[in-house]
Design a binder for this molecule. Structure first.
Ligand code: C5P
Length: 421
């Protein structure tokens, strides 16, 4: 049990604690005590089954607030509707979360004050499941949890150990101190986010496709993983993020506005339309060449051994966005994928494109950067280089978003800000 000096600082945080019916409900009392000791205010919702294990009186004594137990109570509804209950909280904690309540949450049922409050809620929910181990392992519970987690519901526990029913397995509710830590981590993770609130960011991603005829095109192996991870990281920091992407199967990250394009020219137009932005990150593998005159009809084999296609250069989006002018983003970032002389070429690219930073990427001879979850990159600016060896593509996104946030909060030229390493 944490002593007061180890307690996280939750001063000013408003927690809504939903206590559903299970033997672990008794631990909710200790949880309330710890939450209050950490400085949070706690408002409790107690389900009918929960009230079989702990009394509203003991819960209310610890929260020093009214305990909400009955959806149809006229006084409750007059004083505080179930809608307001969640709106006036910073985080909703469900502890214990029974298999039944998790199922209701997954299905969107709303037949009592707890499920109604959860369905009407607009806040992040942290669940601390507690149930018999067979219930925990049941495919129905597994599926319900997967549904909830895909919607962003956070979870702590359950733990393995002896169960109140005499059996042994995973299903014990996490200890109150661990639930408290999970609450604290939620607030820490959201506090470090939001550094780019009020900023607009453009990210290009994926390959482009240049038509040869109505059924054929020239493209490349880009998966869009890196660009999408960058967009996700910027959005997580609170930036209004526009992702202009070529064809890819990568899922669109949460909170990102997507514009789907095919050709380099379409991509350029979509990027120009999205201006003004504070930051532009050109992570797309834009095709360098397009067919000068794509055929309007499918090109037929006519016994010829060869087919000649005349190619012409596509517009350079990175270069266009980097041009000096009133609409130039404050920070323009390009990528360099090179098979040799990486740093030399990256420095040359910085100049030729006119951008502020280049993320230099060594292409493996077998092309394994494409589609991989890992990357080894260097961030190059006029002032210096930072190396990020073997990091995940998510990491690259997070580091880039953090570096951009540092730069935008500083008054000087972006190229000065990444520092030599
Ligand atoms: O010239 P190169 O293709 O090596 O440059 C790579 C960088 O330039 C990447 O950031 C890529 O997104 C960008 N680029 C672009 N438009 C092009 C070609 C490359 O934005 N037509």
């Amino acid at each position: 049990m944490p002593d007061a000096t180890q307690l996280p600082d939750l001063a000013g945080k408003r927690l809504l604690l939903v206590i559903s019916g299970g033997i672990a409900a008794y631990k909710a009392l200790e949880l309330i005590r710890l939450m209050r000791k950490s400085g949070a205010s706690v408002r409790a919702v107690l389900t009918k089954a929960g009230a079989e294990f702990v009394t509203p009186l003991s819960v209310g004594a610890l929260t020093e607030d009214k305990v909400y137990t009955d959806l149809f109570s006229l006084t409750d509804e007059a004083e505080m509707g179930h809608i307001r209950l969640s709106r006036e909280a910073d985080l909703i904690v469900v502890a214990p979360a029974t298999a039944d309540l998790l199922a209701k949450m997954a299905q969107g049922l709303a037949d009592d004050i707890a499920s109604t409050t959860l369905l009407a809620g607009d806040k992040t929910v942290l669940v601390a499941p507690a149930m018999n181990y067979r219930m925990w392992e049941h495919p129905a519970t597994v599926a319900n949890l997967a549904t909830l987690e895909s919607r962003g519901v956070l979870r702590v526990g359950p733990e393995p150990g002896p169960m109140a029913c005499g059996e042994f397995g995973t299903g014990r509710m996490a200890e109150p101190a661990d639930i408290l830590q999970a609450v604290a981590s939620f607030f820490t993770s959201t506090a470090v986010g939001g550094r780019l609130k009020g900023r607009r960011v453009l990210v290009t991603s994926g390959p482009t496709r240049e038509a040869i005829d109505p059924v054929r095109f020239i493209s490349n192996h880009s998966s869009g993983k890196q660009g999408h991870a960058i967009a996700a990281a910027f959005a997580k920091q609170g930036a209004e993020t526009i992702l202009v992407t070529g064809p890819t199967v990568e899922p669109v990250p949460a909170g990102v506005a997507v514009v789907r394009v095919e050709s380099a020219e379409d991509m350029l137009n979509a990027c120009l339309k999205s201006l003004p932005v504070d930051v532009a990150v050109c992570a797309a593998a834009v095709g360098d060449w397009r067919v000068a005159k794509p055929s309007a009809k499918k090109i037929k084999k006519r016994g010829d051994e060869t087919l000649e296609l005349k190619l012409t250069q596509t517009p350079d989006i990175l270069k266009t966005l980097s041009k000096k002018g009133p609409k130039r983003p404050r920070l323009v970032v390009g990528f360099a994928l090179e098979t040799d002389d990486l740093m030399k070429n990256a420095a040359a690219k910085l100049k030729s494109k006119g951008c502020d930073w280049i993320v230099a990427n060594a292409a493996a001879q077998d092309g394994s950067v494409f589609g991989s979850d890992y990357n080894s990159v260097s961030l190059v600016s006029a002032e210096g280089t930072q190396s990020w060896p073997r990091v995940t593509k998510q990491d690259v996104g997070q580091r880039l978003a953090a570096a951009a946030a540092d730069t935008l909060s500083a008054p000087t030229n972006p190229s000065r800000k990444i520092g030599a390493a």
